[in-house]
Design a protein around this ligand. Structure first.
Ligand SMILES: [Zn+2]
Length: 281
């Protein structure tokens, strides 16, 4: 598009207005220290797309929080599991995965909504819950499903809902008179998220930042291998402990999925900094 704009600029000077300046963090993510990062996802494992970056941030003296909206109590092919059992398994797996990254258990927050139904929940109540967390944790950077740039991005239902709920909560958190009971009664203060790293399950073409996770691949692989009920043999017939061979196969599969660029392992994001009103532009 830049080339097209360059050509059009000659005849249509306003074309320059359509160009959004490329945003980059002032300090590369690989050098961040002392920041607080918060990730909002729909399911235990949504954060896995960012595990290399979260492990890096944790290792470099940043605080990492993971907020999951649903209990993950539906997604299984194992006919013998109840919703309650599955929710318990998903929680254990998530805590085990985060432990591999060095993220403490009390930095995992699950809001307890039902898997698969997020977009039918009371949106105001979900946003209010997320706003409360944003105002409490006050993250320097928010990781979330990408709601899309210029267009609404399609994700499967819970991911789609989580993308917009996170964006709506980020916007609401900065307004003192929205959910003002949190401020007048709970001692919280309004808060504007300064920076965002939007994740996707593949590069839709809007990625503008890659993080070098080369030193954290094994942490990412080991964390990913904790999701036994979602990947590997536990998907069809859950079992708590895999054989050595099964575990190796699962880790090999995780390692194969790690993205490579210029010989280094990476994770890709759409970075945004600024008012939440414009985070889709
Ligand atoms: Zn998910």
């Amino acid at each position: 598009m830049k080339t097209l704009c360059a050509v059009l600029l000659v005849i249509i000077p306003t074309c320059v207005l359509a160009q959004v300046p490329e945003q980059k963090p002032e300090i590369p993510v690989e050098q961040w220290k002392g920041k607080t990062a918060m990730l909002i996802g729909a399911h235990a494992d949504d954060d896995a797309l960012s595990h290399g970056t979260l492990a890096l941030l944790q290792a470099h003296g940043n605080q990492v929080y993971v907020v999951t909206l649903t209990t993950g109590n539906v997604g299984t092919q194992d006919a013998s599991l109840s919703r309650t059992q599955l929710a318990q398994i998903r929680r254990q797996e998530e805590l085990a995965a985060l432990a591999e990254l060095g993220v403490p258990a009390d930095h995992y927050i699950n809001l307890g909504y039902d898997d698969g139904m997020l977009e039918f929940e009371d949106r105001k109540a979900v946003v209010e819950n997320l706003v409360r967390l944003l105002r409490k944790i006050r993250p320097d950077v928010l990781f979330a499903w990408d709601p899309g740039k210029n267009f609404q991005r399609w994700h499967k239902s819970d991911h789609r809902a989580a993308a917009y709920l996170a964006a709506d909560a980020a916007r609401a958190a900065m307004w003192r008179l929205l959910f003002e009971g949190q401020i007048t009664q709970e001692g919280l203060k309004e808060f504007m998220v300064p920076e965002y790293l939007f994740y996707n399950d593949y590069d839709h073409g809007d990625e503008n930042l890659t993080v070098d996770i080369n030193d954290f691949v094994e942490k990412k692989v080991n964390a990913g291998a904790k999701y036994v009920s979602q990947f590997g043999p536990g998907w069809k017939k859950y079992k708590a402990n895999l054989t050595e061979t099964e575990l190796k196969e699962m880790k090999d599969s995780m390692r194969k999925q790690v993205r490579m660029k210029d010989g280094k392992a990476i994770e890709g994001f759409r970075y945004y900094r600024g008012l939440p009103d414009a985070l889709g532009k």
